[in-house]
Design a protein around this ligand. Structure first.
Ligand SMILES: NC(=O)c1ccc[n+]([C@@H]2O[C@H](COP(=O)([O-])OP(=O)(O)OC[C@H]3O[C@@H](n4cnc5c(N)ncnc54)[C@H](O)[C@@H]3O)[C@@H](O)[C@H]2O)c1
Length: 357
């Protein structure tokens, strides 16, 4: 097994990637370089973790042959250009959410991936943890039966000090609000567990903070499998919770309510009867605990690079989540129920922010 050398680009959430994603795996990763435009931050994080190579130049990182993985943790508005440049430089790439701000942008990245030497993994760390992974295993074993209904709640709190960071709250730099930056995680978990949506009706509004982008949204989804799902999200909840509750014919699942780690145990997993419970016990009885969030996502990425497993999160997964965002914005603007997939003929394919410009 080889140790992959990592450069972190952007030392905000990049610090959590170090703590949760890389330090627990010294046999798999070495964070060799930090890149940030903010020299004070570079020094602070570099000193904290003893990372000596520090630079403000992204181009310098791409030109460094000793770097295997470029981990992009910069503001959303520059993800597209940095992902494309890093793939074209022959690097493996990890990119924070949102991968980019339009389906056209994701499709451009997919075209670049076709000829790239490296592999791109978007971040969706909420998929990892004992609770969500047990639910996934039970559903994949076809024990849950027909899906009926789901509700997904992202009830978080953001106050004006959060928006003191200049890129936040603006269409040009954050690319969207609660749908793009916060609820995207829970919505990815839903799609991961219940599959794609086929119709979407949505509403968005800015009600909590004095910002350009939405901070409240609700949507009604018809899934391809026939289930109905309601999504609700706000950044004005005085108690922060995340919650998925999914009702299938044979099993009801409910996540824990921890706002930033709903994938962890305990999940409520209710079987319809003893027979179903025995089937559940048969597939998760020998459960080996998994670490939540970045710890497991990064470990799976390393295994994939070593040829020992699938890519844990693909660009197609990011596309599916961003297609849902596009559909909710399009529905909110038009008052229409939006059919998926969204093609290049959609008014929001090239840029979902079309109404604001
Ligand atoms: N997965 C998660 O749970 C999670 C949590 C927080 C943020 N994020 C995402 O991570 C990204 C960054 O968010 P954040 O909260 O860390 O923001 P932040 O502003 O705290 O940090 C971003 C850093 O990037 C640096 N930067 C900006 N442009 C750069 C460039 N061209 N080259 C190098 N460095 C540059 C900034 O100086 C800053 O230090 C966003 O896309 C955000 O949505 C994800």
């Amino acid at each position: 097994m080889s140790i992959k050398t990592v450069a972190i680009i952007g030392c905000g959430i990049g610090r959590s990637h170090i703590v949760e994603g890389y330090l627990p795996h010294p046999d798999k990763f070495k964070v060799a370089t930090l890149c940030d435009l903010n020299e004070e931050r570079l020094k602070q994080i570099g000193d904290e973790f003893g990372i000596d190579k520090r630079t403000t130049s992204f181009a310098e990182v791409l030109a460094d042959d000793s770097i295997d993985i470029v981990d992009i943790c910069t503001p959303p508005g520059i993800h597209l250009e940095q992902v494309v440049a890093a793939l074209q430089a022959g690097k493996h790439v990890i990119c924070e959410k949102p991968l980019t701000g339009s389906l056209a942008g994701v499709d451009q990245i997919m075209r670049v991936e076709k000829t790239a030497r490296g592999v791109l993994m978007p971040i969706f760390q909420y998929r990892y943890g004992d609770g969500v992974e047990k639910a996934k295993r039970i559903i994949e074993a076809r024990i849950a039966g027909r899906p009926y209904m789901g509700s997904v709640e992202t009830f978080w709190l953001r106050t004006p000090d959060y928006y003191a960071v200049p890129w936040r709250g603006k269409w040009a730099t954050e690319l969207g609000g609660v749908l793009v930056t916060h609820a995207l995680h829970l919505h990815d978990m839903l799609l991961h567990l219940m599959g794609p949506a086929s119709r979407v009706f949505g509403r968005v509004a800015t009600r909590v903070n004095d910002i350009e982008v939405e901070d409240c949204a609700s949507a009604s989804l018809l899934m391809q499998n026939g289930a109905f799902v309601s999504l609700s999200c706000t950044l004005g909840s005085q108690q922060e919770i995340s919650r998925l509750r999914l009702h299938f014919e044979n099993v009801t699942f409910e996540s824990n309510h921890e706002a930033y780690s709903p994938g962890k145990d305990p999940w409520t997993i209710l079987a319809a009867n003893d027979r179903v419970q025995r089937e559940i016990d048969a597939v998760i009885g020998d459960w080996q605990p998994v670490a939540p969030r970045f710890t497991t996502q990064m470990a799976h990425f390393h295994a994939h690079l070593e040829g020992r497993g699938p890519l844990p999160v693909s660009t197609q997964d990011a596309r599916r989540a961003l297609e849902l965002v596009t559909a909710i914005y399009q529905s909110s603007d038009s008052g229409q129920d939006i059919p998926l997939p969204i093609g290049a003929d959609s008014p929001k394919y090239a840029d979902w922010r079309a109404r604001t410009q």
